[in-house]
Design a protein around this ligand. Structure first.
Ligand SMILES: C[S@@+](CC[C@H](N)C(=O)[O-])C[C@H]1O[C@@H](n2cnc3c(N)ncnc32)[C@H](O)[C@@H]1O
Length: 464
């Protein structure tokens, strides 16, 4: 088929009156709101499947998907085309460092009596994430968990990915951020391929599970009572509502004191209010809080502990046209660290006070205003938070993260136009950064990650 004919066919799919219903079914089934404004991309995938199944019109294809028997296999084939499976071993090293330094130590200590460890890799794609966990566990904690019952449950919606994961065969590209030593000691080489060794493979079980439509928790599917849930680079494709629905269900799947580790793209820190947020270099982790101690009378509601704020190290001198005629004095590292520690511990009132104290001396420090904006947001002082973020931008337009957070803020306020503007500013500013540039005041997020996340946000916001 010529390129012109192919384009005409795609346009035909988009113009088909049943296309909207197909799109709705796709988003409803997978959660991938990402496709809401990607008609041509979706049409291309649908069209490929329609050709394959010999169906000419969207109505016929919708009928097939809804068929109680044939529809299951066809939905599976469609999902295999829709999902994005980018993954590699030890992706986001800082999160593995956090697992090593804090999380595994904590759960191993906690589970000494039951001698059991359960981890869920939700949205595991072709397997590098759960296998990286198995390698980390066995190589570095093997002696402490010898004889324990260890399971890493890895799930995904894409059956093709799962089949590849079970095979455990990878090419060089999957090891792009892994020292050679790991590849050579944990994998067997066959030609140009690498097979995960049985001692790591046997720790992981793979099975199908849909995070949107599947039950969570689901003891029948072995989805319950986890010590650690890792769900990274999955929800960035979901709508805010889908994410809001998912986080509390993840919490229900965690043992008390269990940990949730997600990517960088959670649109709202408020989502994690029922977790204790723990900031480590380049990673934010969420720990299920211990239940309140038993009380003889009905306990008062506990204050909500919101998600963390990453501190920052102000680096730039203020711009030439300050709003106040103060001479800036850079805040001392110790004072700043104190604000950060208070914020990380969820002590927002004290963090805000300490931040204001620093600002009294450093009124023109964009980074401090940014930090204050994040703290105020956590306190629910939304108007003040917005002002602080805008002030940070006013003082230093080149600083990337205040634009990003203002974008998230406006998006949550359903100001799609304003949010899209902020996100586009972020993309513009990111042009000057290489992918691996890490933003110190942004929890170590890299320019590449931020670019990916903001592009997805813009996609979700749609064509404004
Ligand atoms: C980009 S990959 C992330 C893989 C891995 N977590 C990582 O960070 O390297 C996203 C994965 O989420 C899966 N996924 C998307 N929607 C899903 C859903 N509704 N339920 C379960 N998995 C889903 C995709 O099939 C894909 O394998």
């Amino acid at each position: 088929m010529s390129a012109a004919a192919a384009l005409a066919a795609l346009r035909g799919v988009v113009a088909d009156p049943v296309f909207a219903a197909l799109k709705a079914l796709v988003i409803e089934t997978t959660g991938m709101a990402f496709y809401a404004d990607k008609d041509e991309e979706l049409a291309r995938i649908l069209w490929t499947r329609m050709e394959e199944t010999g169906i000419a019109r969207c109505a016929g294809y919708l009928g097939l998907l809804r068929d109680p028997v044939a529809g299951i296999a066809e939905m599976e084939a469609l999902v295999a085309e829709l999902t994005i499976g980018e993954t590699y071993f030890f992706r986001h090293k800082e999160q593995f460092d956090a697992l090593r330094s804090t999380v595994l130590d904590d759960v191993i200590e906690r589970n000494q009596t039951i001698r059991r460890l359960r981890i869920w890799s939700a949205g595991c794609a072709t397997g590098p994430e759960p296998y990286s966990l198995a390698i980390l566990l066995k190589r570095e904690f093997g002696a402490r968990i010898a004889g324990w019952q260890v399971s890493i449950v890895a799930t995904d919606i894409n059956q093709k990915f799962l089949a590849r994961a079970r095979e455990g065969r990878y090419d060089d590209w999957a090891f792009r951020s892994v020292p050679d030593e790991i590849r050579h000691t944990c994998f067997d080489q066959v030609g140009r391929q690498w097979f995960i060794r049985p001692e790591y493979k046997r720790l992981v079980t793979f099975h199908y599970h849909n995070l949107i439509t599947g039950p969570i928790p689901s003891p029948a599917d072995n989805i319950a009572a986890f010590d650690i849930i890792v769900c990274r680079n999955v929800v960035i494709y979901f709508s805010a509502a889908a994410i809001q629905g998912l986080i509390p269900r993840f919490r229900d799947c965690l043992a008390e004191g269990g940990w949730l580790i997600m990517g960088h793209a959670e649109p709202s820190p408020d989502l994690f209010r029922n977790f204790r947020a723990v900031n480590l270099p380049g990673a934010v982790l969420y720990q299920k809080r211990e239940p309140a101690p038993a009380a003889p009378v009905a306990p008062l509601p506990l204050p909500v502990r919101p998600a963390p704020v990453r501190g920052h190290v102000p680096r730039r001198p203020p711009p030439a046209a300050p709003p106040q005629p103060a001479v800036p004095v850079p805040p001392t590292g110790a004072a700043l660290e104190r604000v950060r520690t208070l914020a990380d511990g969820g002590d927002w009132d004290e963090a805000a006070k300490a931040c204001d104290h620093l600002l009294a001396e450093n009124a023109l420090d964009a980074g401090l205003h940014f930090l204050r904006g994040l703290i105020l947001e956590q306190m629910g002082a939304l108007d003040e938070s917005e002002k602080a973020l805008r002030r940070a931008i006013y003082l230093d337009r080149q600083r990337v993260l205040p634009h990003y957070h203002l974008g998230l803020f406006l998006w949550r306020r359903e100001d799609a136009l304003g949010a899209a503007r902020s996100f586009r500013n972020v993309l513009g500013l990111l042009e000057r950064y290489p992918d691996d540039h890490a933003f110190g005041e942004g929890d170590g997020i890299t320019a590449g990650q931020l670019r990916e996340v903001v592009t997805v946000h813009l996609g979700l916001i749609g064509g404004v």
